[in-house]
Design a protein around this ligand. Sequence first.
Ligand SMILES: NC(=O)C1=CN([C@@H]2O[C@H](COP(=O)(O)OP(=O)(O)OC[C@H]3O[C@@H](n4cnc5c(N)ncnc54)[C@H](OP(=O)(O)O)[C@@H]3O)[C@@H](O)[C@H]2O)C=CC1
Ligand SMILES: CC(=O)N[C@@H](CCC(=O)OP(=O)(O)O)C(=O)O
Length: 342
Amino acid sequence: MIKIGVVGGTGYTGVELLRLLARHPEADLVAITSRGDAGLPVSDMFPSLRGRVDLRFVAPQDAALDRCDVVFFATPNGIAMQQARELVDAGVRLIDLAADFRIRDVAEWEKWYGMKHASPDLVAEAVYGLPERNRERIRSARVLANPGCYPTAVQLGFLPLIESGAADLSHLIADVKSGVSGAGRKAEVHTLFAEAADNFKAYGVAGHRHLPEIRQGLEAMAGQCVGLTFVPHLTPMIRGIHATLYARLSKDVNVQKLFEERYQDEPFVDVLPAGSHPETRSVRASNLCRVAVHRPQGGEVVVVLSVIDNLVKGAAGQAVQCMNIMFDLDESLGLDIVPVSP
Ligand SMILES: NC(=O)C1=CN([C@@H]2O[C@H](COP(=O)(O)OP(=O)(O)OC[C@H]3O[C@@H](n4cnc5c(N)ncnc54)[C@H](OP(=O)(O)O)[C@@H]3O)[C@@H](O)[C@H]2O)C=CC1
Ligand SMILES: CC(=O)N[C@@H](CCC(=O)OP(=O)(O)O)C(=O)O
């Protein structure tokens, strides 16, 4: 059994981790932290976990995380980096759901995240946890940077086009919509029911912190610079990301075949039949990314539709997928979940 700590067990991605790990046959949850609710039984806060998770929340400083084999940080940006060195030196592997280790250029990270990096030496060895790209490197990772939710949907949607050299890299467009849980569980005015339940808006058009992360991933696939326009939107649903991606073809290819072949062995990427329109509810609470590729009127522009659940393939599910790879387990263990859909 893998001894597991979860820092940030009261947040949306934290409770999603608990849901997945509670039924994972190799997971032994030993510590779940909360600063404000230490001592409270986890199932008092989350009744859905009653009978599944028997622990009480513990304060982060009392969690004795060095007894764990792996610690998940489901915390705001800038927390994991403060404890990473100590944990790594104690032989504990770390999976950060935040962005502390995602950007390889530390100065670039500091610019976008507005803080000084506390463990720049560990950024160099951290592995970006997108299994569809980095499976082999993930196996031996001591520090795993779990990708962001928007970056997961966008990178998986563009990946076959870019790896194969079929896309004109000068101008890629990612028009992406997120559910409100993407903003986390903390109280904020813009996520109040009366603000978000009956509204739709773009934000971060001038520059969102996921832009450098997506660009870094796409450039690694391409081996060269890419031009990217990324526009996130907040949409009145709770979970889900819907990415509409546009690329101009640089050569004539059968895009449907390209996607089917690239993803044929991937357990969590489902290429839909030609002409499909994936819906966010078709992946709700599952670790799947569903993609459909279109070439309207047989023209040069390809439109890719990519949907994920931001809390699962966009966060906790992908983190568990990476844990499975890191600990030589079946990659799908604990993740073989049928989506929740009407
Ligand atoms: N929501 C999403 O769709 C996605 C989120 N992420 C990333 O995952 C991380 C968690 O997101 P999410 O679950 O939505 O956030 P939430 O705001 O819902 O939860 C944050 C958690 O962190 C804990 N926390 C806050 N500050 C500290 C601290 N200083 N030390 C220890 N624990 C702390 C809080 O617990 P308490 O106050 O009880 O201590 C809480 O459990 C973020 O970095 C986010 O960017 C990544 C992909 C998708
Ligand atoms: C809807 C919404 O607010 N989404 C968040 C992004 C999701 C997130 O938590 O960011 P990471 O994936 O980097 O961790 C935002 O735009 O800030």
